[in-house]
Ligand binder design. Structure first.
Ligand code: ADP
Length: 260
């Protein structure tokens, strides 16, 4: 009996080990696939502006006696593509930095109201260009242990999107609240909304609902991935509620006290 028991136990243990091993292999394969997909997306995104620049430069070089107006038009298109390339590279760098293990996470007790006030002050002129009203409603002073730079970038992306994907003369309401454990930031807009089926994908890297529209208004598809990374770094959560044609609300919840 004793021998039989041991062999049954061995079998069970081997089975458990082999299951765990298979799960690990599967997980590694998924990670590898997503890394490959990421590298291929990055290459594609970085190549697009370069291809445009090459076409523009070649067509200028091919012509003799280019009129100065045409020359200027092409050069300004090239400058726009350079700006775009710069934005993609900057967004990629920000995204890489949103890693819990990265050395430059700097958690300090910070006034959240002040972060939002500074952001709104910077973004108000951009909103005003399209007659969009940008309002901050803070219910009480909130202090929390956060990485100020990373949190500001995360919230800035949300507010910038609320302005970018809005209608002329629309509005953006940002509110701050807290309870004994968390603080909550809500960014609500009167914009174009996000289709139901797209909502689960918007936090993915490079995902854009309408590629051409987003490109036109200067999107890289990395903004919300950066935001999500920063919020996870703070062990927080982000949710989206949206109705096409009516508007979108993002809610962020972050613990007041940082836990490693
Ligand atoms: P992008 O750089 O294209 O703005 P994001 O990662 O910030 O990339 O957002 C991903 C996509 O989600 C956007 O391209 C846009 O289609 C959609 N989106 C994000 N925020 C909003 C919003 N407030 N209203 C409508 N659509 C939005």
């Amino acid at each position: 009996f004793a021998e039989q028991d041991i062999s049954i136990l061995d079998y069970k243990e081997t089975q458990l080990l082999s299951d765990a091993y298979n799960r690990m292999l599967k997980r590694m394969k998924t990670l590898d696939d997503s890394r490959q997909e990421f590298v291929s997306n990055v290459s594609h995104e970085l190549k697009t502006p370069i291809t445009s620049m090459k076409v523009l430069a070649d067509s200028l070089l091919m012509q003799e006696d280019v009129p100065v107006e045409l020359y200027k038009e092409f050069m300004s298109d090239i400058a726009e593509e350079i700006d775009r390339e710069n934005k993609i590279i900057n967004d990629l760098l920000s995204m890489v930095k949103m890693d819990r293990k990265s050395a430059d996470v700097n958690i300090q007790e910070t006034g959240i109201n002040e972060i939002l006030e500074r952001l709104l002050k910077r973004l108000r002129p951009i909103a005003a260009k399209r007659d969009i009203e940008l309002v901050l409603e803070s219910f009480k002073p909130v202090r929390a242990e956060v990485d100020e730079t990373k949190l500001a970038l995360a919230l800035s992306n949300l507010i910038e999107n609320a302005i970018k994907y809005n209608k002329e003369e629309g509005w953006v309401h940002v509110s701050l609240n807290s309870d004994h454990k968390y603080f909550y930031v809500k960014v609500e807009d009167s914009g174009i909304g996000i289709p139901q089926e797209a909502q689960e994908h918007i936090f993915e890297r490079f995902y854009r609902v309408d590629k051409s529209h987003s490109r036109e208004i200067g999107g890289t598809g990395l903004g919300l991935a950066i935001t999500r990374g920063a919020i996870l770094l703070h062990r927080g959560a982000i949710r989206v509620y949206s109705k096409e044609g009516e508007g979108t609300t993002f809610t962020v919840r972050i613990p007041l006290v940082h836990v490693e």
